[in-house]
Design a protein around this ligand. Structure first.
Ligand code: AMP
Length: 295
């Protein structure tokens, strides 16, 4: 497994792979790897000739008051996990080389960046879209793997990859959870034992919402109220039910939706979500008229 520390070395490696006719899969991360990251790496290794993992704690997606300085850095165990899964190269650049003095270019994805996490983290998606665009330009992947855990981020990156003509196929992978349902996150290690138990109310509230949706509830206010009630023990940032494609708030559930939550649990800000697709019959009832007359 190659460790590449500079843009130049990374790009040269990728160009050589492409010249040899190999497809490149890419998994961007901030390190402190867990099985959620592992599932992305496994998907990449299974589908592509070679796979690159990036480990870069991206300063532009953190506000000054956030945890950039404390973000867990677990280099040795990350390397062992990547090697075991079969990653071919790790790209781990220094922040100064990604954002040298005079750096002035940022990527903003409009529309999708409104609401949900941008409420309390207004800087966040600009930083993420910018760094991922830069990573794509250096790693030159054919496919890039992201987690549904960060569903709004995934939608934004998919849009950015299309709009900027990157030619990169963005693949969204399911949320990987602990045995008791807690969504895996590098920030879970901030939790005390008591916080860890309290944090379970996120996934449990989403499970309860899923039961309501499966039972036919289609009023978004009823579903979000149930989730809020289930999360009474934590400091809720948001409970939002939005159109899964546009991230716009939804009143009546009649198309694929994302139900997303964020909360402060002790020292950690945690997020979780579910996607729900109404049955084909319901979707058919709400298809636009022209689709019905088509063909
Ligand atoms: P991060 O290192 O937190 O920036 O995450 C890197 C990638 O791993 C992102 O695409 C995340 O969505 C994804 N990821 C993080 N946690 C999980 C999880 N529990 N299940 C699946 N993917 C995840």
């Amino acid at each position: 497994m190659k460790i590449l520390r500079t843009k130049e070395a990374m790009r040269a490696w990728s160009i050589a792979q492409k010249a040899a006719g190999k497809s490149i899969g890419f998994v961007p991360t901030m390190g402190a790897l867990h099985e959620g990251h592992g599932s992305l790496m496994q998907a990449s290794v299974a589908k592509n000739d070679v796979s690159v993992l990036s480990i870069f704690v991206n300063p532009t997606q953190f506000a000054p008051h956030e945890d950039y300085g404390q973000y867990p850095r677990t280099w040795e165990t990350d390397l062992a996990m990547a090697e075991e899964i079969g990653i071919d190269a790790i790209y781990a650049p220094e922040p100064d080389s990604i954002y040298p003095e005079g750096y002035a270019t940022y990527v903003t994805v409009e529309g999708l960046s409104v609401g949900l996490c941008s409420g309390t983290r207004p800087h966040f998606f600009r930083g993420v879209a910018t760094v991922v665009a830069k990573l794509f330009n250096t790693v030159l992947p054919d496919r890039a793997y992201f987690g549904q855990k960060d569903a709004q981020q995934c939608a934004i990156i998919t849009r950015m990859a299309q709009d900027l003509d990157t030619g990169v196929e963005v693949v969204e992978m399911p949320i990987v959870r602990e045995a008791d349902g807690l969504a895996m996150s590098s920030r879970n290690r901030y939790l005390s034992e008591a916080d860890r138990t309290t944090a379970l109310c996120l996934s449990r509230s989403l499970d309860a919402a899923r039961a309501l949706l499966d039972a036919g509830e289609r009023d978004a206010a009823v579903v979000t109220a149930a989730v809020r009630a289930g999360m009474a023990a934590v400091e809720i940032d948001y409970v939002s039910l939005v159109d899964a494609a546009t991230m716009a708030p939804v009143d009546t559930i009649e198309r694929p939706i994302l139900l997303a939550v964020a909360a402060q649990v002790g020292p950690a800000r945690l997020i979780d979500n579910l996607k729900f697709f109404p049955s084909e019959i319901e979707l058919g009832a709400h298809r636009p008229a022209e689709a019905e007359t088509c063909c």
